[in-house]
Write a protein that binds this ligand. Sequence first.
Ligand SMILES: Nc1ncnc2c1ncn2[C@@H]1O[C@H](COP(=O)(O)OP(=O)(O)OP(=O)(O)O)[C@@H](O)[C@H]1O
Ligand SMILES: Nc1ncnc2c1ncn2[C@@H]1O[C@H](COP(=O)(O)OP(=O)(O)OP(=O)(O)O)[C@@H](O)[C@H]1O
Ligand SMILES: [Mg+2]
Ligand SMILES: [Mg+2]
Lengths: 253, 253
Amino acid sequence: MKKIITVANQKGGVGKTTTAVNLAAYLALLGYKTLLLDMDPQGNASSGLGCRAQADSDTLYEVLLGKCVLSGVIRKSNLPNLDLVPAHNKLIGAEIELVGQKGREYILKTAIGKLDDKYDYILIDCPPSLGLLTVNSLTATDTVLVPIQCEYYALEGITQLLNTIRLIKKALNPSLHLEGVLLTMYDVRTSLSQAVVNEVRRYFQEKVFSVIIPRNVALSEAPSFGKPVPLYDASSKGAIAYSQLAEEVIARG
Amino acid sequence: MKKIITVANQKGGVGKTTTAVNLAAYLALLGYKTLLLDMDPQGNASSGLGCRAQADSDTLYEVLLGKCVLSGVIRKSNLPNLDLVPAHNKLIGAEIELVGQKGREYILKTAIGKLDDKYDYILIDCPPSLGLLTVNSLTATDTVLVPIQCEYYALEGITQLLNTIRLIKKALNPSLHLEGVLLTMYDVRTSLSQAVVNEVRRYFQEKVFSVIIPRNVALSEAPSFGKPVPLYDASSKGAIAYSQLAEEVIARG
Ligand SMILES: Nc1ncnc2c1ncn2[C@@H]1O[C@H](COP(=O)(O)OP(=O)(O)OP(=O)(O)O)[C@@H](O)[C@H]1O
Ligand SMILES: Nc1ncnc2c1ncn2[C@@H]1O[C@H](COP(=O)(O)OP(=O)(O)OP(=O)(O)O)[C@@H](O)[C@H]1O
Ligand SMILES: [Mg+2]
Ligand SMILES: [Mg+2]
């Protein structure tokens, strides 16, 4: 059984990449064959796994433009059971180059459909926008995992995101549903964090994962070593929280 | 003399809105007539000044689609000398609706050109992407202020941003140049913050503002009261840092 989970939120800096990279790492460590697709031209998920794409090699960009197949751009990561499809700057061009193309929303779905069935989980990291790259991911995916930072501004974008998910579900992907809402960067020192948690729990109820990801320096240091947090500091609070998230995702089936 | 400064960086959550709102507030408090344009469909800058746009009223969206003039959508803020042009969700549609239009990059520049000369500063807050809304801002502007978060991932997007600025300067706005680079969310407790500061200073040299904005809870709490930080907690470290930034911007002339 292959499950595709997209990590999305158009609000910037809420922990999408940190969640995609570390959830993928823990799913792999728990024995599930996992593929991480980096749909963000910034390529943070790629470098978070120590795997920068070169301009002259094939990446997700070439796949979206039909120049090669997805299986041709899969790379091994520094973790067994975890593979990566890296992003590159040039991915920015895809949004413009595909504008007129018919069926452009289904390109990623078709590309994933051609993969053989060896993965248990496919995770997709999205850029902070609701453009074609995010639309492609939401069309290809089974579920969407929404990280929400424990900050005031992060609350504001939620309705816009839910509207987009509803539109995609109606027009492009009828089986799309919420994997869950993940509260991130919880800072015990501020009352604002708890106020946001209460608000999000009231709104999303059982859709909110029980684990809350705390603000934790190991999570922001690990990418500078090209490692997911379990390979950088497995006993840190951030690492423990993401391993709990993986258990919750597996339990939801 | 009217100076237009765009606050931009496609990396999400680096402090663009926090910088635009609080810099605008301190320029106004120092006696400069200031206009803040919210080009981000999330509308964080609008709500950061306590001024949410309603769906049925005219906003920047209507201006970009040529349905009304900029002076018709200007609102007063809770500070003398500071006006705001609010954003609304519907601004997302502008990127798609304007795709085929000739001269679509110059729409904002033309709209600002029609304003009478009463403002000393016009600040523009951008979304976390390099799409048409950001391109319009970079085409209309005199300079660009780039906030960079003291985090590893924030370093990665810099080359992409500089490439975009160079392209815009060549093709659309020959006088475009860097207002400066602002280091944000500096956390004294982590060595990562200092490592990023050193790296950014080495790369940008005198273009980096002397003031570094510390991570400070007043900056993240103020928006939940719809106030810029000088009206929320003027003696906080965050407020003092942004007032220093305003002095530096004025001194650069
Ligand atoms: N729980 C955490 N504790 C401390 N730092 C964190 C945490 N989660 C993420 N970070 C750091 O905060 C920054 C933003 O996180 P991240 O890049 O994962 O967000 P994003 O939503 O992917 O951003 P973008 O919108 O640009 O894609 C990064 O520098 C990351 O290292
Ligand atoms: N110096 C600071 N100290 C503490 N919190 C901050 C600071 N600067 C910004 N914040 C908070 O961090 C979050 C991200 O900042 P902000 O929204 O200004 O970034 P942005 O670049 O505008 O994000 P986006 O890419 O989504 O537009 C917000 O919740 C804000 O309140
Ligand atoms: Mg990211
Ligand atoms: Mg913003």
